[in-house]
Design a binder for this molecule. Sequence first.
Ligand code: MRU
Length: 345
Amino acid sequence: MPVQAIRWQDGQLFIIDQTLLPTEHIEIRLNTLGEVWEAIKILRIRGAPAIGICAAFGVVVGVKEKAPSDVESAFEVAQDAADYLATSRPTAVNLFKATGRMKVTADANQGASSTDAFIQALEAEAIAVFDEDQAACKAMGDYGASLIQDGDGVLTHCNTGALVTALNGTALAAMYRAHELGKQFKVYADETRPLLQGARLTAWELMQAGIDVTLICDNAAAQVMREGRIQLAIVGADRIAANGDTANKIGTYGVAVLAKAHDIPFYIAAPMSTFDHELESGDGIPIEQRDPEEVTHGFGRQTAPDNCPVYNPAFDVTPASLIAGIVTEKGILRPPYTESIAAAR
Ligand code: MRU
């Protein structure tokens, strides 16, 4: 396991503060519901699976913080905590699935014999969310690695590794596994403007693991493809609609279009917890809009004129027609996605 992004130990929640990477590798404890919400909101913890896992544990943190005197009030606190955490970010469906699971568990345990028993049930559910994600990463790694051949150049966008899951990632799990199997390949990591998850996190993770990674500016991807350096593009997802349309970090759609233009297969890797079967297409996926300062004052320095208008969507939607396959823990789903996604459900 490369790094452990989320740790639940002795009933306490720890995360690596990703806003500090790559210069500082620091684990922090999240003691309150407010701290968990803030950590998700400002991307101390980020990436679809990790957001869901952290929110699940966050409900337990929230109930413990309030120290309710009876099960009835513990139930109310759990429901409110889950609802509150669900307001932290809008796009990754894992957040809503995980908080939804915690609410169902709270509901099912209204008859618990004590508040301790009630909290234990919540804790067990959050641990199940974590464990299921670990198993999914392992399977995605195996399936995803089969796509990587000796000599390949593999392009990725954003960060989809150990930092965003309970084990070693989604798209990066394929790379970790291929590396383990002794395959020789080269990763090109888009830096991923404006928050530089590719530069700060993917390059850091892969370098730690001894995987050959080269950082490129987002706008270099076309040229790098044209030079014949890329044989495969693989990225993660924040929400996948029933027809395969996929929301992921802003810039992903551009990579998919470029891959198509250069005849390079473009894959998504995501666990089943990232599928939103209720949404017919990507048109219904809510796209998070983030602070203009992320663009005008990236990491402290002003890089645009005062009061410059900014449009800063954090995600985009890649149409299913551009996706060669979706690597999941249940195998690699292929078009037509409406059928393959429904069958994998
Ligand atoms: O804004 P972020 O950093 O949370 O965005 C993360 C991504 O877009 C990832 O690619 C996605 O969540 C997949 S993580 C396995």
